[in-house]
Design a protein around this ligand. Structure first.
Ligand SMILES: [Zn+2]
Length: 124
Protein backbone atom coordinates (compact mmCIF):
# COMPACT_ATOMS: atom_id res chain seq x y z
CA UNK A 1 0.00 0.00 0.00
CA UNK A 2 1.23 3.45 -0.81
CA UNK A 3 2.48 5.65 1.99
CA UNK A 4 -0.27 7.75 3.54
CA UNK A 5 0.28 11.47 3.72
CA UNK A 6 -0.30 13.36 6.98
CA UNK A 7 -3.48 14.77 5.42
CA UNK A 8 -4.71 11.27 4.59
CA UNK A 9 -3.92 10.11 8.12
CA UNK A 10 -5.92 13.01 9.60
CA UNK A 11 -8.88 12.19 7.36
CA UNK A 12 -8.71 8.49 8.15
CA UNK A 13 -8.32 8.99 11.89
CA UNK A 14 -11.24 11.45 11.97
CA UNK A 15 -13.61 9.05 10.17
CA UNK A 16 -12.44 6.21 12.44
CA UNK A 17 -12.95 8.32 15.58
CA UNK A 18 -16.65 9.01 15.02
CA UNK A 19 -19.62 6.70 14.63
CA UNK A 20 -21.68 9.30 12.74
CA UNK A 21 -20.75 8.14 9.21
CA UNK A 22 -19.83 11.67 8.15
CA UNK A 23 -20.34 13.20 4.73
CA UNK A 24 -17.35 14.62 2.84
CA UNK A 25 -18.35 18.11 3.97
CA UNK A 26 -18.46 17.04 7.63
CA UNK A 27 -15.02 15.43 7.28
CA UNK A 28 -13.68 18.64 5.72
CA UNK A 29 -15.12 20.83 8.52
CA UNK A 30 -13.52 18.60 11.18
CA UNK A 31 -10.12 18.14 9.52
CA UNK A 32 -9.69 21.82 8.57
CA UNK A 33 -9.71 22.64 12.31
CA UNK A 34 -6.54 20.56 12.71
CA UNK A 35 -4.98 21.27 9.33
CA UNK A 36 -6.02 24.85 8.46
CA UNK A 37 -4.25 24.77 5.09
CA UNK A 38 -6.17 21.76 3.78
CA UNK A 39 -8.63 22.48 1.00
CA UNK A 40 -12.10 21.04 0.46
CA UNK A 41 -10.91 19.57 -2.86
CA UNK A 42 -8.04 17.75 -1.14
CA UNK A 43 -10.37 16.25 1.46
CA UNK A 44 -12.86 15.12 -1.19
CA UNK A 45 -10.11 13.67 -3.41
CA UNK A 46 -8.40 11.88 -0.51
CA UNK A 47 -11.68 10.42 0.75
CA UNK A 48 -12.28 8.83 -2.63
CA UNK A 49 -8.68 7.63 -2.76
CA UNK A 50 -9.03 6.02 0.69
CA UNK A 51 -12.19 4.25 -0.51
CA UNK A 52 -10.36 3.03 -3.64
CA UNK A 53 -7.54 1.71 -1.40
CA UNK A 54 -10.03 -0.14 0.79
CA UNK A 55 -9.25 1.97 3.87
CA UNK A 56 -12.77 3.41 4.04
CA UNK A 57 -16.14 2.41 2.68
CA UNK A 58 -18.84 4.70 1.35
CA UNK A 59 -22.56 4.55 0.79
CA UNK A 60 -25.23 6.97 -0.26
CA UNK A 61 -28.24 7.80 1.84
CA UNK A 62 -30.81 10.50 1.09
CA UNK A 63 -28.72 11.63 -1.90
CA UNK A 64 -25.64 12.16 0.26
CA UNK A 65 -22.44 10.17 0.25
CA UNK A 66 -21.36 8.99 3.70
CA UNK A 67 -17.96 7.60 4.72
CA UNK A 68 -17.39 4.71 7.08
CA UNK A 69 -14.20 3.41 8.68
CA UNK A 70 -15.76 -0.06 8.84
CA UNK A 71 -14.98 -1.72 5.53
CA UNK A 72 -16.42 -5.16 6.31
CA UNK A 73 -20.02 -5.83 5.25
CA UNK A 74 -22.38 -4.72 8.00
CA UNK A 75 -25.85 -3.44 8.78
CA UNK A 76 -26.80 0.19 9.27
CA UNK A 77 -29.82 0.76 11.42
CA UNK A 78 -31.07 4.25 10.58
CA UNK A 79 -33.75 6.15 12.43
CA UNK A 80 -36.04 8.77 10.95
CA UNK A 81 -33.72 11.58 12.08
CA UNK A 82 -30.92 10.02 10.05
CA UNK A 83 -28.89 8.71 12.99
CA UNK A 84 -26.93 5.68 11.77
CA UNK A 85 -25.94 2.87 14.13
CA UNK A 86 -23.64 0.03 13.08
CA UNK A 87 -24.73 -3.53 13.62
CA UNK A 88 -21.71 -5.81 13.43
CA UNK A 89 -21.02 -9.41 14.14
CA UNK A 90 -24.43 -10.07 15.68
CA UNK A 91 -26.83 -12.98 15.26
CA UNK A 92 -29.09 -10.62 13.30
CA UNK A 93 -26.31 -9.80 10.91
CA UNK A 94 -25.24 -13.40 10.37
CA UNK A 95 -28.84 -14.51 9.79
CA UNK A 96 -29.51 -11.69 7.33
CA UNK A 97 -26.28 -12.03 5.36
CA UNK A 98 -26.57 -15.85 5.22
CA UNK A 99 -30.11 -15.55 3.94
CA UNK A 100 -29.08 -13.00 1.30
CA UNK A 101 -26.13 -15.16 0.24
CA UNK A 102 -28.51 -18.06 -0.41
CA UNK A 103 -30.35 -15.74 -2.79
CA UNK A 104 -27.06 -14.94 -4.54
CA UNK A 105 -26.84 -11.44 -3.03
CA UNK A 106 -23.62 -10.37 -1.31
CA UNK A 107 -24.14 -6.78 -0.20
CA UNK A 108 -21.49 -4.50 1.28
CA UNK A 109 -24.05 -2.75 3.47
CA UNK A 110 -27.65 -3.42 4.38
CA UNK A 111 -29.62 -0.41 5.59
CA UNK A 112 -32.54 -0.91 7.93
CA UNK A 113 -34.78 2.09 8.47
CA UNK A 114 -36.00 2.01 12.03
CA UNK A 115 -39.35 3.74 12.61
CA UNK A 116 -39.42 4.95 16.18
CA UNK A 117 -42.52 7.14 16.03
CA UNK A 118 -42.84 10.47 17.82
CA UNK A 119 -40.91 9.36 20.91
CA UNK A 120 -37.55 10.41 19.55
CA UNK A 121 -34.67 8.73 17.81
CA UNK A 122 -31.75 6.56 18.76
CA UNK A 123 -28.76 7.77 20.74
CA UNK A 124 -25.86 8.99 18.62
ZN1 LIG B 1 -21.22 1.68 9.23
Amino acid sequence: MERQTIQNQKILSYVASVTSHPTAEEVFLAVVKEVPTITRATVYRNLHKLVAQGELSQFSLHDQLHFDAIVEPHIHIIDEQGVIVDELDSALMRTLFDSLKQKGIEPTHVDIICRVGAKGGMKK
